[in-house]
Design a binder for this molecule. Structure first.
Ligand SMILES: [Zn+2]
Length: 385
């Protein structure tokens, strides 16, 4: 099989890089709807060429297009997940792909247009290797991952309940690590309402909301336990109107992260306890605590898939470890509905979300090789059943 794969690659290599460049060079900032449409069309075109008919799909809100293949598949399939939006706006001067030594630099090269190419070409090569089979794959690329998948979350949760496993083609970490755990993310907005007063004439008549905020922040920050994976970051604060006015209003924005659902329950309890008890200055406290993404947790089955992936990489002479990370992805939603998830199986690079974003050119090829060989092991087992 290995020689056969090498032959296929030799022929495909230029086409793989051309297709990659063509999607990187279309700006698809999440809010640039014109670019989102254009890159959708380009991906549909690439899909057609590879005989993977991607269809535009919409959520119930019908606000933006996403792409799917295999919509009719209900169970016993593997899910290939990615996103084609980026964080790079049209105003940025970082718009096109450039080659620099062994790197390919450009907006969305790492996060995660390279991953889209890895998934589509892996699928295509697997079709060549199993010409008489209907491969059990379902593909979904969304256009709003960088916005927290606010529109596409319902599609992910409704369409992928029957997956045997989900592979997220987000980039591997800088040393090629795959991601087997991601923290859950919650947001917390706190409003503290005090009472204004002239701070020179009768400050004792006021209620200082900034002072109350300081007390609350101290208590919230004490919940941090980095070793266990708990992060409570009071990262934004706004309050007060002038030097000589006792501040009647202060707002705090808090980033909350946790490794497991069990941790989340306890943490939410602790946060609510703090916010439901009085501060020494007696200001009124209002808050909104909401889950943005549930945690991506490791399960027995996800561990089995991850181990097989890493073992396959080693067989190809490529070292590959696993890692837990604080950032979220769509893998979090799939994990929360009970699907085993292996994340970070895209290309390998670094500096996502900055103008220094890149992938290692060769990783686009060898990550396809790993995935193809890995998936063929899963398919061989499945077809024997
Ligand atoms: Zn991403």
């Amino acid at each position: 099989m290995k020689n056969h794969i090498d032959d296929i690659f030799k022929k495909l290599k230029p086409q793989i890089y051309d297709d990659f460049r063509s999607i990187v060079n279309i700006n698809s900032f999440s809010s640039n709807m014109d670019g989102i449409e254009k890159v959708s069309s380009k991906l549909v075109e690439i899909g057609e060429k590879l005989d993977i008919p991607l269809k535009r799909v919409y959520s119930s809100k019908k606000t933006r297009p996403h792409l799917m293949y295999g919509q009719d598949k209900e169970k016993d399939y593997f899910a290939f997940i990615g996103h084609f939006d980026t964080v790079h706006s049209l105003l940025s001067d970082f718009q096109t792909m450039e080659e620099a030594g062994d790197l390919l630099k450009g907006p969305g090269t790492n996060d995660m247009k390279s991953g889209l190419i890895v998934s589509l070409y892996s699928f295509y090569i697997l079709k060549k290797l199993y010409p008489n089979r209907d491969l059990p794959f379902k593909v979904f690329f969304n256009s709003d991952e960088e916005l927290g998948s606010i529109d596409s979350q319902e599609i992910i949760e409704n369409q992928f309940k029957g997956a045997l496993g989900a592979f997220i083609f987000e980039p591997g970490r800088p040393n090629g690590e795959i991601v087997t755990q991601r923290k859950g993310i919650a947001g917390l907005n706190i409003e503290i309402i005090g009472k204004p007063a002239h701070s020179g004439v009768e400050p004792w008549e006021g209620t200082n909301s900034i002072l109350a905020a300081c007390e609350i922040i101290q208590k919230l920050e004490a919940l941090n336990d980095y070793e266990k994976g708990i992060i409570v970051g009071c990262n934004e604060i706004n309050g007060g109107v002038a030097r000589n006015v006792v501040p009647a209003y202060t707002k705090i924005v808090v980033d909350v992260r946790f490794a497991t659902t069990t941790q989340q329950k306890q943490l939410f309890k602790d946060i609510k306890n703090i916010l439901n008890s009085k501060t020494s200055v007696g200001a009124e406290i209002k808050y909104d605590l909401y889950v943005n993404r549930p945690p991506l947790e490791k399960t027995k089955e996800s561990e089995r898939l991850a181990n097989l992936y890493m073992k396959t990489a080693k067989e190809l002479g490529i070292n590959c470890e696993e890692i837990a990370t604080g950032g979220g992805s769509d893998g979090n939603f799939l994990s929360a509905i009970g699907i085993p998830v292996v994340d970070g199986v895209g290309a390998v690079g670094n500096n996502s979300h900055t103008k220094k974003e890149f992938i290692y050119k060769e990783s686009l090829i060898y990550r396809i090789k790993i995935f193809v060989l890995f998936m063929s092991k899963l398919l061989n087992k499945k077809f024997k059943e």
